[in-house]
Design a binder for this molecule. Sequence first.
Ligand SMILES: O=P(O)(O)OC[C@H]1O[C@](O)(CO)[C@@H](O)[C@@H]1O
Length: 516
Amino acid sequence: MTLDDLKSRAVSTPSIASLFDDEPDRLDRMCHRVGPLRADFSKQHVSADDLEALIAMADTLDVPGWQQRLFAGDPINQSEKRAVLHTALRGVGGKAVADDVAAMRARMGRFATDIRSSNRFDDIVHIGIGGSDLGPRLVADAFAATLTASPRLHFANNVDGASVNDAIRGLDPKRTLVIVVSKSFGTQETKMNAESVRDWLTAAGCSAADHVLAVSANRDRAIDFGIDPDNIFDFWDWVGGRYSIWSAVGLSLAIAYGPDAFGEMLDGAGAMDRHFRDTPMAENIPVLMALIGVWNRNAHGYDSLAVIPYARRLRKLAAFLQQLEMESNGKGATRDGGQAGLTCPVIWGDEGTNGQHAFFQWLHQGTSHGGNGGAPVDFVAVLKDHEDRPDHHLALLANCFAQSEALMLGKGEAVVRQENADREDIDSLAPQKTFPGNRPSTTLTLDALTPSAIGHLIALYEHKTFVQGVIWGLNSFDQWGVELGKVLAETILSELESGEAGQHDPSTIALIRMAR
Ligand SMILES: O=P(O)(O)OC[C@H]1O[C@](O)(CO)[C@@H](O)[C@@H]1O
């Protein structure tokens, strides 16, 4: 079976509800666990036979070979001629870099411990954007389920002055540590925010050497920017920005929440790496998640995937996954220069239960191109109550479980007619109150929101993204599509500063003139 065959195959897949009748072992076969993370794929619109065919397709497309090349440190990021070794940061694969990784982790651990015990700083301002921001923000929230940040953590990402102003508002510069995180150290937003915070420090009589650290894979540029060489934490070009939370990019987390928590997160991710590397595809959670995502995209024609954590402390998950999946696989050219077919869907979402009072109407009854309305959903729930509010927690879980059941079962028109038999407008009302159902979802549960569990969860999505890239024929580790806008923004910025609009389309010239 090839990607092109999926659509015709899906036409004969029975409804999700009837798959439970047809396949008595469905629940057991479609639920898998690694440590604290359990994945339930049974409410996906895919039969046992479909899944078997998808696994055979993955085999034909050499997913196992790509897995081996990933862990071996082969230069699988071909367009940039780089290895992809974020798993080595979790102690799995990439033997050649193990010493560098161990040395950096030891330095981070010592540094974090010193800062925590010195009581020199009340606050950390973490400056970065994209992969140098989204992971640390997601994890900082998640760690707060079980730990208290000390020093407190603040983030500045956007070039909008509101971002840096919000981050430093009310802080005492003398008691603030600034960590500038940029793999390239060439990112406009990060450099501007770093300059503004440095001005804020020096205006208060603080020396940048005592207050500003950098984390970068480009030491020279960090030094040129004026960072003291002793204050630079390096990482390497074989760590992609959106896969970098495990490197020194996580330094602010290690300081604020302690190196032990950071290490537990790495160990959790490492456990997911070993599962991914060593488990047959039929039981391999990242592989199954990837294949089901491909099925939903290429067979059922869904354009998006909603990610709904029923856990407030994971509310940045969708934003994180937007970069991870859409920057990795939002591409139209294959790695050998061919034309790709349908690739990464739009990733979106918000925390449950809030989303229920906003976009769930669309999930249940919305229409979309190609006939399948709504979107597949990844529900993420945490079984343990970390807030000491058992009544709230049970209500939260009840809502999560109810939504996946409602999406799957829907509500038929006959039932609606029976319930509303006394309405004289029943003919117009019944279709409006009918739920088509048969809408697919996965439910991921974490036993508790521990650092290990968040490590498992992020690594799961990383490997899912990798496998999907292999199946779609993409290089998931470059991002040429972000360059054009960056270059144009530099040009327009100089024109805004000089007041002279250059060669543009009429709309852009009018906007430049207006801003002047
Ligand atoms: O860490 P850097 O080099 O500042 O880059 C930030 C982000 O910008 C991007 O290059 C996209 O513009 C991302 O891939 C990256 O995570």
